[in-house]
Unconditional design. Structure first.
Ligand code: NI
Length: 171
């Protein structure tokens, strides 16, 4: 296994719609394993392929932060099939280190996806799980959490990023 480099906004790959995964082969299994390792090492609860410079529709998540094996889930070709309710909460993103902002999300989301063997399954998530599913599926569609901020918070985040870029603290 290997750690992958996480790309920061505004890397173009983060703003592209990912390509569907068609080959459920050993390369895919290795990518997923490396993404889990990279996510745990970075102390994140979700990581999408575009964040490791792969324009593909897949992500890994674990809202338990490695505490509960049943929450370690890879989703390939995810599609949101149902949402309801709303929640507001603080969000971050591994491609925006040090940036946090309140983001409005649905309270519940049902996602349909394939596992690493290509088998379709559904996951019905609420609260943090729903937030994570929606944030990571957004990444697969070229949408970043900056796009989901209020205009005021987005301008504040952009100014902070610009400052960090100038001082070389943002790669
Ligand atoms: Ni993210």
């Amino acid at each position: 296994m290997a750690l992958l480099k996480i790309v920061n906004y505004p890397a173009p790959v983060l703003l592209e719609v990912g390509k569907p995964v068609v080959d459920f082969n050993e390369d895919l299994k290795l990518l997923v394993e490396n993404m889990f390792e990279t996510m745990y090492q970075a102390k994140g609860i979700g990581l999408a392929a575009p964040q490791v410079d792969k324009s593909k529709r897949l992500f890994v998540m674990d809202c338990s932060g490695g505490e509960d094996e049943t929450q370690k889930i890879a989703m390939i070709n995810p599609e949101i099939i149902y949402v309801e309710g709303s929640q507001e909460g603080e969000e971050g993103c591994l491609s925006f280190p040090g940036i946090y902002a309140p983001i409005q999300r649905n309270l519940r989301a049902i996602v349909r996806a394939q596992d690493v063997s290509g088998n379709w399954f559904e996951l019905d998530g609420a609260e943090l799980t729903a937030r994570c599913i929606l944030h990571e599926t957004d990444h697969c569609n070229g949408i970043v959490f900056l796009d989901r901020m209020t205009i005021l918070k987005r301008e504040m985040a952009k100014r902070k990023i610009k400052k960090l870029q100038k001082t070389g603290e943002w790669n």
